[in-house]
Design a protein around this ligand. Structure first.
Ligand SMILES: Nc1ncnc2c1ncn2[C@@H]1O[C@H](COP(=O)(O)OP(=O)(O)O)[C@@H](O)[C@H]1O
Ligand SMILES: [Mg+2]
Length: 248
């Protein structure tokens, strides 16, 4: 290392090219001319229109835009839940379009957490079981203790035995956050996670999300209608008709 510094300082680049151009860490999420078309009768609808996006590790990006802009479709493409018509999604520099459904499922389970507008908890499982379930799927040890600790982190230590129907919207979304972060995913995707909540409850849920993100160093892509929610991100993007108004 000391020798490399010397080479740099003396301007002798030929002796140590790696010191001049160190290998760049790839973005955590990248899209290259990502395109998703849908057939609608005779017409072809371009839902995601050749998008280039880079999200660095640990960055929080919000995406705002009118209904129908393609935001949910973009998140589904990032998670490998939907397949692009053309272009690529790269996670940590690795293109995912060549992966099988099983490989994609494993990638999601290990690397990607999801929170939705409608919470999507399993109604026949308690709060604690909802959080524990993904850990058991991954074969993680001490999953029950871990689920209980996560519920405590989101302020629901006493509610683990309650079923989703016994919890308020804000509480359900906090359970969903505990579940989403349970496997310590590198990436958290949120699709209108505060969309079903009043603004005070939504702000509290967002505080929990940001605290979990800081703790786990997760990369966040947050779709929202709400300018106040969008403004909490490190970077704000606006999507209209499948494109970003500003650069991705
Ligand atoms: N499964 C589908 N079949 C037909 N059209 C769809 C389907 N999913 C989405 N769309 C259309 O794609 C466009 C983008 O949808 P979506 O990604 O849900 O937008 P947003 O999340 O920004 O509201 C909309 O015009 C929507 O009607
Ligand atoms: Mg949507």
């Amino acid at each position: 290392m000391a020798r490399d510094d010397g080479d740099l300082l003396s301007g002798d680049r030929s002796a140590s090219p790696s010191a001049v151009a160190p290998p760049r860490t790839p973005p955590r999420i990248e899209t290259r001319r990502l395109r998703r078309e849908l057939r609608s009768g005779e017409r072809t609808l371009v839902v995601v229109d050749d998008l280039d996006l880079e999200v660095a590790a640990g960055e929080c990006v919000s995406i705002r835009g009118p209904s129908g802009a393609g935001k949910s479709t973009l998140l589904a493409l990032l998670a490998g839940l939907d397949r692009p018509t053309a272009g690529s999604v790269l996670i940590d520099g690795r293109a995912i379009e060549g992966l099988s459904e099983d490989e994609l499922a494993l990638l999601r389970r290990e690397k990607i957490g999801f929170v939705f507008q409608a919470f999507q908890l399993l109604g026949n499982l308690t709060a604690r079981e909802n959080v524990q379930f993904p850990l058991d799927l991954l074969g993680r040890r001490r999953s029950r203790e871990r689920a209980e600790a996560l519920l405590a982190d989101v302020g629901l230590a006493e509610r683990g035995h309650h079923y989703p129907s016994q919890l308020s919207g804000g509480e359900q979304q906090r359970v969903a956050l505990a579940r989403a972060f349970a496997a310590e995913p590198a990436i958290l995707l949120g699709d209108e996670p505060t969309g079903n909540l009043d603004s005070a409850t939504g702000a509290a849920v967002l505080d929990v999300m940001m605290a979990l993100r800081d703790r786990f160093g997760a990369t966040l892509v947050l779709v929202t209608h709400d300018p106040a929610v969008a403004a909490r991100a490190d970077r704000e993007l606006v999507m209209v008709d499948g494109r970003f108004l500003t650069g991705g």
